[in-house]
Design a protein around this ligand. Structure first.
Ligand code: SAM
Ligand code: SF4
Length: 445
């Protein structure tokens, strides 16, 4: 049914398109914020810190390398201001939160007193449930600071998340990763000693120069570490600088593995993770516990075809979803700080509303591998798409649910896009076209 993997994985739906405050969607979103919340939902807070120690060569995120205490302090003050403004909005006053996620970038670059100010501001300003899941993402050099880990543990933070990517030191150096493997191991040991219940690491396969043996070596190391959970991504190359692609052609840089190897590596990862006792809880997430984090459940609509879960976004380039609209904050950190200092809300881009809100549940269902048939919208287009998936052996229908097969799990980005409404599909095509022209590498390699 599919021949090539879709180039990007979507984490937000509907897609953000409108940037002009005069647009109907933009105005509608702002009106929404200024009125009461029409219906209860499960909600989380995502707070973004956009700075890193070094920029990893592969990283497509909106991050900046500043290493300047004045920049970090101005940013912290801007976030405090945004928290205060959001907390005054009638819509947000009606929200309660089941999870808080400090993401990045590398939030561990802030000082402990700055992090403490943000924790205090969040607690003071929002109705965060007592048992809420708190995750702090960082980068292992910062997280190996004992003072930071002790502070986070003292505040009831249950989850820590950081990038390991690979245990191959040579490849780490080539990819400009700041931390050493030892930093990553120290962080795990200290976090376990302090009682964090979920130490989560990010890993990647399909990295330059990797073959199946290289992936196997990383998997053996992972077995020794026994992390609680892992986000295991295949590496996407679209943000790699042109110079690295030229290096691949000249033989001065390790080559991108052959395309067909990505599927084989993915199968190897799934197989070994299962043998190590991990559950493949969602798309790229493996966990010792059979249920995944609240973070991904809430980010992707609530899980298993649910579509109502909401995300309140805070910080530069943070993305959120509120009552039918997804939205993005001002992307780059300096303009974000300027907007906050001018006293405006930093919302920069907003989606339109879907024709059928249940289609958000359909779009995210592949990430959870299954959904009850009772949540499937009963329209001809959805039925046809499901029939096609079943006929191609990518999904099965039975016992009151729709479920992906093992083969279907290899095509999650494509299945996700197939369930897009027509208008969303058109926005996606435009966006992919922009990516292609901006990163011409993706088409050539
Ligand atoms: C936003 S980063 C935050 C983690 C943290 N800054 C760190 O690297 O330790 C989240 C994860 O996205 C993954 N990632 C980054 N670039 C990627 C790429 N080009 N393809 C696939 N995954 C990528 C990495 O595994 C990274 O750890
Ligand atoms: S440390 Fe994480 S967020 Fe920063 S550049 Fe590397 S992968 Fe990207």
């Amino acid at each position: 049914m599919y021949e090539t993997l879709a180039p990007v994985t979507h984490h937000f739906y509907p897609l953000q398109k409108y940037t002009d405050p005069a647009d109907e969607a933009f105005a509608g979103f702002h009106d929404l914020l200024r009125g009461p919340k029409p219906a209860a939902s499960d909600n989380m807070i995502y707070l973004h810190i956009p700075y890193c120690e070094k920029r990893c060569t592969f990283c497509p995120f909106h991050v900046r390398v500043k290493r300047d205490p004045i920049v970090y302090e101005r940013y912290t003050q801007a976030v405090e201001r945004e928290i205060a403004m959001l907390s005054e909005l009638p819509y947000v006053k009606d929200m309660t939160f089941k999870a808080v996620y400090f993401g990045g970038g590398s939030p561990s670059l802030l000082t402990v007193p700055q992090i403490a100010r943000l924790y205090d501001a969040l607690r003071r300003s929002f109705a965060i449930e007592p048992g809420a899941e708190w995750t702090f993402e960082g980068e292992p050099t910062g997280l190996s600071n004992p003072e930071l880990l002790e502070y986070l543990a003292s505040q009831g933070t249950q989850r820590l998340s950081y990038g390991v990517q690979t245990f191959d030191e040579e490849l780490r150096t080539i990819m400009n990763i700041a931390a050493t493997v030892q930093d990553a191991l120290n962080t795990n040991d200290r976090a376990k000693a302090l009682g964090f219940s979920d130490v989560n690491v990010d890993m990647m396969f399909y990295m330059p120069g990797q073959d199946l043996e290289a992936v196997e070596r990383d998997l053996v190391e992972l077995d020794n570490c026994q992390f609680d959970s892992l986000d295991y991504y295949y590496m996407s190359y679209y943000a790699m600088p042109k110079s690295t692609f030229l290096g691949m052609e000249k033989g001065t840089y390790p080559k991108k593995p052959p395309t067909e190897m990505r599927g084989e590596m993915h199968k190897l990862v799934r197989q070994r993770m299962a043998e190590m006792g991990y559950h493949n809880v969602t798309d790229h997430v493996f966990a010792k516990s059979p249920t995944g984090s609240e973070y991904y459940r809430l980010l992707w609509g609530g899980g298993f075809g649910e579509h109502n879960a909401e995300t309140l976004a805070i910080g530069a380039s943070a993305r959120g979803y509120l009552n039918g609209y997804s939205y993005a904050n001002t992307l780059a950190p300096d303009p974000y700080v300027d907007v906050m200092e001018s006293g405006e809300l930093p919302v920069f881009k907003v989606s339109g509303l879907l024709k059928d809100p249940r289609n958000r549940g359909m779009v995210f269902f592949p990430k959870f591998f299954r959904m009850p048939l009772s949540r499937v919208p009963d329209d001809a287009r959805t039925r046809l798409l499901i029939d096609n998936l079943v006929e191609a052996g990518l999904a099965v229908v039975g016992d009151g649910e729709l479920a992906l097969t093992e083969e279907g799990k290899d095509w999650i980005p494509n299945i996700t896009i197939d369930f897009f409404e027509d208008e969303q599909e058109a926005i996606n095509q435009d966006w992919i076209g922009e990516l292609d022209s901006h990163y011409s590498n993706r088409v050539t390699l």
